[in-house]
Ligand binder design. Structure first.
Ligand code: SAM
Length: 308
């Protein structure tokens, strides 16, 4: 069980929020905790808002849940969390001024440049202006603000592919916020872009981010596990698939992706650690792909493979 500490006692001040901050070792643990903080399980406590970010590459992750002060929700959740926290997790509960909370969470998420793309939140909209490759993504319930090395690796790979012959059908598998589908629609305005996720909330978030980025009509978002959906079969075959999910599911998907991608088509894979790159590459070689490029960023690998 993780260590639990209190930085300050809650107050009844109407202008303060309670912040429950959980520090964990990696993104998987962070996602688990974020799910617990935002769980809507019929009356149980859940945070008003959550924030989820990497402290520094390889330096652990922070998950923040914000609660109304003067309520017991933060304490209820803390009690629920206590038994299920990853070993080594740290927990603090403190009151933070509401005005500062917005500033702090925004400061934690500055714009990110990856290739020609600039991914930013609403708070930087005016500063960024209408740059062709600017993408607005608000940190929310789906992964993909581009602050993670895997999203950056995929954006850079897409940017590089943007200089080659344009794909006609693109799939963003595991779309999260939809950032990669939106990037693809920016690079290739004439392409039909599908975006899928096993999590229906991510699919809703992708749809609203696509509209926000004026790409709504060009992106079809579908809730599906892997390629298991009739709509995905109808929208394919895909001459480009980008999938930022974990090594295990990527390996399992290799034969299915080989059937969904014609010869000469490409797959961009991320969500795997540097030391997993060889195993994932091996699975895709067996399925008929050739490695075109491998890039490592903060020990996260991004692979580009061509179907032979
Ligand atoms: C690391 S996030 C990537 C989000 C976004 N594409 C990005 O690059 O920032 C992985 C996403 O894949 C989804 N996912 C995981 N396994 C999946 C599967 N087998 N089929 C479809 N989606 C999956 C998760 O729900 C999550 O939204």
């Amino acid at each position: 069980m993780g260590s639990v500490g209190f930085e300050a006692s809650p107050t009844d001040d109407a202008r303060t929020l309670l912040r429950l901050r959980v520090t964990v070792a990696d993104a998987d643990e962070g996602r688990l905790v974020a799910d617990l903080l935002s769980a809507d399980d019929g009356g149980a406590a859940s945070a008003l808002a959550t924030a989820f970010f990497e402290i520094e590459p390889g330096g652990g992750w922070i998950v923040d849940g914000y609660f109304d002060s003067g309520t017991t929700e933060a304490m209820d959740l803390l009690m629920r969390l206590a038994g299920g926290l990853p070993v080594g997790a740290g927990v603090t509960l403190e009151s933070v001024p509401e005005e500062n909370w917005v500033a702090i969470s925004q400061a934690a998420l500055p714009p990110v440049e990856a290739g020609r793309f600039l991914v930013h939140g609403a708070h930087d909209r005016l500063q960024v202006g209408r740059r062709r490759h600017a993408i607005e993504i608000e940190a929310g319930e789906a992964f993909g603000t581009a602050h993670h090395a895997t999203t950056q690796g995929c954006l850079e790979a897409l940017d590089r592919l943007g200089r080659k012959r344009p794909p006609r059908r693109v799939l963003d598998l595991g779309c999260g916020s939809g950032v990669l589908a939106i990037a693809a629609s920016r690079l290739w305005p004439r392409a039909r872009v599908a975006a899928s996720d096993i999590d229906p909330i991510a699919v809703d978030v992708t749809r609203s981010n696509a509209r926000l980025n004026r790409a709504g009509p060009r992106i079809r978002a579908i809730a599906a596990a892997g390629l298991d959906h009739a709509a995905l079969r109808n929208l394919g075959p895909f001459d480009l698939v980008v999938a930022n999910i974990l090594a295990g599911p990527l390996i399992m998907l290799a034969p299915r992706l080989a059937r969904a991608i014609p010869r000469g088509g490409r797959v961009v894979l991320s969500g795997l650690l540097g030391e997993q790159a060889r195993e994932v590459t091996g699975a895709y070689r067996m399925a008929g792909f050739r490695l075109e490029r491998r890039q490592i960023r903060h020990n996260w690998a991004t692979l580009v493979l061509v179907r032979g």
